[in-house]
Design a protein around this ligand. Structure first.
Ligand SMILES: NC(=O)c1ccc[n+]([C@@H]2O[C@H](COP(=O)([O-])OP(=O)(O)OC[C@H]3O[C@@H](n4cnc5c(N)ncnc54)[C@H](O)[C@@H]3O)[C@@H](O)[C@H]2O)c1
Length: 361
């Protein structure tokens, strides 16, 4: 088993990665200092597969264990679910001495993390991520929250977990499309911070996609290391943490104009990174070889690299709306070379439009 530490002083926490990672759960529960009951949050797909194992490990510490499962899906990432989770746990007598466990993908992690941040004004929680997106990205870093009809992730809190337990065997039950989409975030970590990771993703697509766990260990570990380092440097995204959003300004707008239905998050981000690559090239930051290399890698994972029906003006409007909602400037993360990105706020709308045109194929 490998352990990566998120260095946040007194709030530092471990990410345990390996087949015996779950065995660390009782120790993490004890180390939290919480003596009360344990509330597990999961969804309707993950619960039947893995909840019993997690319940047994938590119950082994002598604590009462209550599980709340909600219907799987991004459309469930809303305040109503947080209220229901709190309701189940209040009825079961959970209190300030309790601890939550998020068992599932990014949706469960975000909803359960936000419920933990809010319940009794905040109780500790442990992340057990079960999708590749959650294992390489969302379970690390403490961003929690839900969507509002007027915007994705617009209600939330920073609430760091007490620990993250990653068992790659859980990916065995993940649908193939979810696996491919999630891997776009691991490829992204290579593009923004580590050319060697990108090269590994380039060379090992077949083994990774075949479900070979040995091939997945390195990208999961390295992604966690990269994200942990960025979060330790800039927990609340005042600077370097925004680099993790490479491709996301474009990708979020693509998700918005498709009402979050056509593409999975990782697929929209693949398209977004292709657009960001074209933008980087137009700015003279990288050459056409960079754009081609990125594209070939996404293609090797079956990720979308062009979308001929892309509604350019609508997508531009979605970006502007997002900017207004966040009362900020439109920030683009552009590539300086493979393994390094920079932040730019001086991008002309014509350049953004041209980048969107470029991914229409
Ligand atoms: N907090 C952050 O920093 C952060 C970062 C990136 C993404 N996110 C959020 O994460 C969400 C996307 O995450 P996701 O792709 O994990 O979505 P998800 O949680 O909806 O999981 C995808 C699907 O896979 C199922 N599933 C999960 N694990 C499984 C397993 N082991 N076997 C079988 N099925 C399984 C789920 O039930 C769901 O149907 C988005 O809401 C996004 O905003 C958050």
């Amino acid at each position: 088993m490998k352990t990566v530490t998120v260095q946040l002083g007194e709030r530092a926490y471990p990410i345990h990665i390996g087949e015996d990672a779950l065995q660390q759960l009782p120790g993490l529960i004890e180390a939290s200092g919480q003596r009360g009951a344990v509330g597990i949050v999961t969804d309707s797909n993950v619960g039947p597969l893995y909840a019993a194992q997690v319940e047994a490990l938590a119950a082994g510490t002598g604590r009462r264990v209550i599980t709340h499962a909600f219907q799987a899906g991004e459309d469930q990432k809303r305040l109503a679910r947080v209220e229901e989770i709190c309701g189940t746990f209040l009825e079961a007598g959970l209190d300030r001495a309790s601890l939550f466990i998020a068992l599932g993908g990014g949706v469960v992690g975000d909803v359960a993390g936000y419920a933990a941040a809010s319940f009794m004004r905040g109780v500790p929680f442990i992340q057990i991520p079960t999708t590749i997106i959650a294992q390489v990205d969302s379970s690390v870093g403490g961003k929690t929250g839900v969507n509002h009809p007027l915007g994705k992730n617009t209600i939330g809190a920073f609430h760091q977990p007490n620990g993250v337990l990653i068992d790659l065997r859980m990916l065995g039950s993940l649908p193939d499309r979810e696996l491919r989409a999630g891997l776009s975030e691991a490829i992204k970590h290579g593009i923004i911070a580590d050319e060697a990771l990108f090269a590994y993703m380039e060379s090992n697509a077949a083994a990774i996609l075949s479900g070979d766990r040995a091939a997945l260990v390195y990208p999961v570990e390295r992604s966690c290391e990269i994200k942990a380092a960025v979060v330790a440097e800039d927990e609340h995204e005042h600077g370097a943490r925004a680099n993790l959003n490479y491709g996301h300004t474009f990708g979020h707008a693509i998700e918005a104009v498709t009402a979050y239905k056509k593409f999975l998050h990782g697929e929209a981000i693949s398209l977004g990174m292709c657009a960001a690559g074209h933008l980087s090239e137009a700015l003279g930051m990288v050459g056409p070889d960079f754009v081609a290399r990125q594209r070939a890698c996404f293609e090797a994972y079956g990720l979308p690299v062009v979308w001929p029906e892309l509604p350019v003006e609508e997508t531009l409007a979605a970006m502007t709306k997002d900017k207004k909602a966040r009362a900020g400037t439109l920030k683009f993360i552009v590539a300086a070379r493979m393994g390094e990105v920079v932040q730019r706020t001086d991008i002309a709308p014509e350049s953004v439009r041209a980048a969107l045109e470029a991914i229409r194929g």
